[in-house]
Design a protein around this ligand. Structure first.
Ligand code: NAP
Length: 333
């Protein structure tokens, strides 16, 4: 079988044997994967994302169960499954060891491989209406957005939410916000992308590149109150911008690291606004199942911008790095 590994901060295609299945493990033939911003951090070896040894990258994939170990009882041959980002966080609060094993990161292999073998709890069946390609977009981007917009949110129908940019997480946040009936203010650096979110039902759009006063525009739209929730996929010092856009007692879902993992934060404003800053770390399997159910009921289709073949993997990563995509980038095997 073929797989990509990270060697000296480069992706290299290699030929290797299909791994053997132990009693509690499952062999899956991967049909498609999708890329996340994190996959760039891992492959380029940035900070704590740098792999400790040769590593198969990419956390998110979908495929068919080919073989199961003797002790496996939740899956059978032929099942259509996706990977899970943090398989050991099955349910309940995020605590202790639950987030220790995450796929395609510094310490554990991912799914950019024709076949993968992982413990049974690494996979989850997905609804029939989704293709492998569509399902491959769900484990990180969709679940993170679902966690922020639905699980952690206390918004009611008609409350306002600010979505930043049109990458993978923000597009799913848009779809779940529509489902929940929120008033959506969506920003982007591109007028073409804003035209698309507008055609999909965004209530207000702002080009943050062309408008240096984009925060004032957010305040104008909300009659100077600010929004009830910001889904902050940028992080770092950008948290201050999110705070300025926030209504008193609003919530900032702290998700992104595009502006780094540290910042100088206006703590006075956090206090005066009684702001709630809520970190988001993808989500649990239990949340994932709730999300899949809701998506199935409403037949929500992931927004896929571009699909590459397995041999075009390097081009797919280049495209991700350029940041011109709208929604998700997939690789089909
Ligand atoms: N905490 C978690 O559990 C978790 C989970 C998933 C992702 N993340 C993080 O969340 C971030 C987004 O991930 P992703 O996979 O959705 O990324 P992505 O698909 O690569 O999206 C990047 C998009 O962000 C927008 N953007 C960049 N700078 C911006 C700015 N200053 N203001 C507004 N928008 C800006 C751009 O959209 P436009 O082209 O429209 O301007 C860009 O296309 C990353 O930092 C990722 O590591 C965290």
């Amino acid at each position: 079988m073929k797989r990509y590994i990270i060697k000296n901060e480069k992706l290299v295609l290699e030929e290797t044997n299909i791994p053997l299945v132990k009693d509690n493990e499952v062999l899956v033939k991967i049909k498609a994967v999708s890329l996340n911003y994190r996959d760039l951090l891992v492959t380029e070896g940035r900070g704590s994302w740098k792999p400790t040894e040769t590593r198969v990258p990419v956390s998110d994939g979908a495929g068919e169960v080919i073989e199961i170990g003797k002790l496996v009882n939740s899956l059978k041959k032929g099942d259509r499954v996706t990977s899970l980002f943090a398989p050991n966080w099955s349910y309940g609060k995020l605590e202790g060891e639950k987030i220790n094993r995450t796929l395609g990161g510094a310490k554990y292999d991912g799914v950019l491989s024709e076949y993968v073998v992982f413990p049974e709890n690494t996979f989850c069946k997905f609804p029939d209406y989704l293709s492998y390609k569509e399902a491959s977009t769900l484990p990180v981007a969709a679940l993170t957005a679902w966690n922020a917009v639905i699980e952690q949110s206390n918004l009611k129908i008609g409350d306002s939410i600010l979505l930043l940019g049109t990458g993978g997480v923000s597009c799913f946040a848009f779809q779940f916000s529509k489902l929940a009936g929120y008033q959506i203010i969506h920003t982007s650096s591109s007028n073409d992308k804003l035209a698309i979110v507008q055609s999909m039902g965004a209530h207000h759009t702002i080009n943050y590149k062309e408008n240096s006063n984009w925060i004032e525009k957010v305040l104008e739209i909300t009659k100077n109150k600010g929004v009830n929730q910001v889904v902050d996929v940028i992080g770092g010092n950008h948290l201050n911008e999110s705070l300025k856009c926030l209504q008193s007692q609003g919530i900032i879902s702290m998700i992104g690291v595009m502006d780094g993992t540290t910042g100088t934060i206006d703590t006075g404003m956090v206090m005066v606004k009684a702001a709630k800053i809520q970190g988001v770390e993808v989500g649990s399997t239990e949340m994932y199942k709730r999300m899949l159910h809701a998506m199935d009921v409403h037949k929500i289709k992931p927004i896929i911008n571009k699909v590459y073949s397995f041999t075009e993997t390097l081009d797919a990563f280049d495209y991700l790095k350029k940041g011109n995509h709208f929604g998700k980038i997939c690789i089909e095997f």
